[in-house]
Design a protein around this ligand. Structure first.
Ligand code: HEM
Length: 530
């Protein structure tokens, strides 16, 4: 028996079938030690116990044991690709950003598309918002537009984001559903939060089940600022428009595709790029000033509203082309870290309270997700321009930081980095005054006009899809009071839409409009309109 076993063994004198040579370089350990046998662990004898001396077995197993990092707390399922942004129309005089003024310059870009609610292993075709996150490696630092394929959002204030996401994610006791909104907790929350109504219309529409990542729009959602050399601010909204046009699938198709190929969207993107069919988007901007902003009966700082393109047409200023797949999904797509705070001089924030909260959340979550304060040094995140400051050390520090000086001001070294008031980022000098308070501005109060406007902008088949999506989703809600409240919310938009959904659900009671605000404590100072 012993001799027979020796004949079948590989290495230790047996024949090595998978050996280095010709085009195959030698395999090595993390420490660079060339490995002679990757098939057998080190044993005390032919049939003996495995020895703790087998550092190669230990290294390999230990690395495997630590392969996973936490998935993103939202947008866990996503797919990335590389390409470039090219400016075609300069915003000279409006923004001092090089990326928005140097026509013809190709800025390397990394894009990650995603769903929001599902876990990393969920299906691509879920009814959900799609993330559309673009990182541009400009010579002045990284600029990210961390957008979605829907131009508005569920909530107005980032303090409600935790609640929104908890309501849409799998329920904490049962751990399901993973990727569908069709459950009580989600509809419980949104029916109590009337500001979500406009977004609900979009989410129940065909926009929420794209045919392909290549056929979706993208939106920066918030109002941002552009700042020129004189320090003047112009408001801006960013839109990506797909060259292939927008296409969606209907729910029936989505269900079948989900069953047959849960990787449908990622496979489509990979194959298209692999075959040289490079997807392309135009970058359009809506530019406006404070006076124009004041002319609306909604607030441009309210992320549940959009500025209709009929009112303010897009100015197309550039294009985004995705022409390379990633080399390694984990290294790039999984480790990429987008943040709304990645802006360059010439681009700045507005007071949108959702944006202000996001400005903390991304960089904070990435500390945990990527496990180090030095995650910006991971190649997919690293700026393609010099990085020099007085920050030192931390897990996985890779920068070759030399010298004695790690503080500022300093006088000991001629090449110590110092701030540059001309080239540097300086925040827009916004004038602020008033009482400090927890409040929702009165100008944020109309939650229904744009919901109706969106419904009316749809063709008849598209409107029918919205109505049937509400019926299908609400039919899965077990708690009758939630369905009733949601019908009341729809009645605030339009009695006919509410009635059509009620009929579909077989709910015959008269529909009473639901509360149009979340109840607030009356002892707090709130705007009179609330
Ligand atoms: C992730 C968009 C609101 C927190 C993402 C991603 C996108 C996105 C596209 C995925 C990025 C990627 O592919 O890696 C948006 C949009 C919002 C919004 C368009 C509203 C207009 C918020 C708010 C918060 C938030 C209000 C928190 C206050 C996060 C977090 C992640 C994330 C923590 C995970 C980031 C990571 O782990 O790298 N968001 N988001 N988002 N978002 Fe948002």
């Amino acid at each position: 028996g012993h001799e027979e076993a020796a004949d079948h063994s590989i290495g230790n004198g047996g024949e090595l079938h998978q050996a280095a040579g010709e085009t195959h370089p030698p395999m090595s350990s993390q420490r660079g030690l060339i490995i002679a046998d990757d098939e057998n662990s080190l044993k005390a004898n032919e049939r003996g116990p495995v020895l703790i001396e087998d550092h190669l077995l230990i290294e390999k197993t230990q690395h495997f044991d630590h392969e996973r990092i936490p998935e993103r707390v939202v947008h866990a399922r996503g797919y990335g690709a590389k390409g470039y942004f090219e400016l075609t129309d300069s915003l000279e005089g409006i923004s001092k950003a090089g990326v928005l003024t140097r026509v013809g310059e190709k800025t390397p870009a990394f894009v990650r598309f995603s769903t929001v609610a599902g876990n990393a292993g969920s299906s691509d075709l879920a009814r959900d918002v799609r993330g559309f996150a673009v990182k541009m490696y400009t010579p002045e630092g990284n600029w990210d537009i961390v957008g979605n394929n829907i131009p508005v959002f569920f909530i107005q204030d980032s303090i409600k984001f935790t609640d929104l996401i908890h309501s849409v994610k799998q329920e904490p006791d049962r751990g399901f559903p993973q990727a569908q909104s069709a459950h009580d907790t989600f509809w419980d929350f949104v029916s109590l939060v009337p500001e979500s109504t406009h977004m609900l219309m979009w989410i129940m529409s065909d926009r929420a089940i794209p045919r392909s990542f290549r056929m979706m729009e993208g939106f920066g959602v918030h109002t941002f600022r552009l700042i020129n050399n004189a320090g003047k601010s112009t408001y801006v909204k960013f839109h990506w428009r797909p060259k292939l046009g927008m296409e969606s699938v209907i729910w029936d198709e989505a269900l079948k595709i989900s069953g047959a190929d849960p990787d449908f969207h990622r496979r489509d993107l990979w194959n298209a790029i692999d075959e040289g069919n490079f997807p392309e988007w135009e970058l359009g901007v809506q530019l406006f000033d404070e006076e124009f902003a004041q002319s609306f009966d909604f607030d441009v700082l309210d992320a549940t509203k959009l500025i209709p393109e009929e009112t303010l047409p897009l100015r197309i200023i550039g294009k985004l082309v995705l022409d390379r797949n990633v080399d390694n999904y984990f290294a790039e797509t999984e480790q990429v870290a987008f943040a709304t705070t990645n802006v360059v001089p010439g681009i700045d924030f507005s007071n949108d309270p959702l944006l202000q909260g996001r400005n903390l959340s991304y960089i904070d979550t990435q500390l945990t997700r990527l496990g180090t304060p030095n995650y910006q040094q991971i190649p997919v995140n690293a700026p393609r321009c010099p990085v020099m400051n007085m920050q030192r050390d931390g897990h996985h520090q890779m920068l070759p930081q030399k010298g004695r000086v790690s503080y500022s001001p300093s006088s000991l070294e001629a090449d110590a980095p110092r701030p540059d008031a001309v080239k540097g980022f300086s925040s827009f000098k916004a004038h602020e005054e008033g009482d400090k308070m927890r409040v929702r501005a009165a100008s944020f109060a109309d939650h229904f006009s744009q919901a109706l406007q969106f419904f009316n902008s749809q063709t008849e088949p598209e409107q029918n899809h919205i109505v049937s999506a509400f019926i299908f989703e609400l039919s899965k809600v077990e708690t009758k009071a939630i369905r009733t409240r949601m019908l009341g919310q729809l009645a605030n938009v339009d009695a006919t839409i509410a009635q059509r959904v009620a009929d579909g659900l077989g709910m015959t009671e008269p529909i009473k409009p639901a509360a149009t605000t979340v109840t607030v404590r009356t002892d707090l100072k709130v705007s009179p309109a609330l």
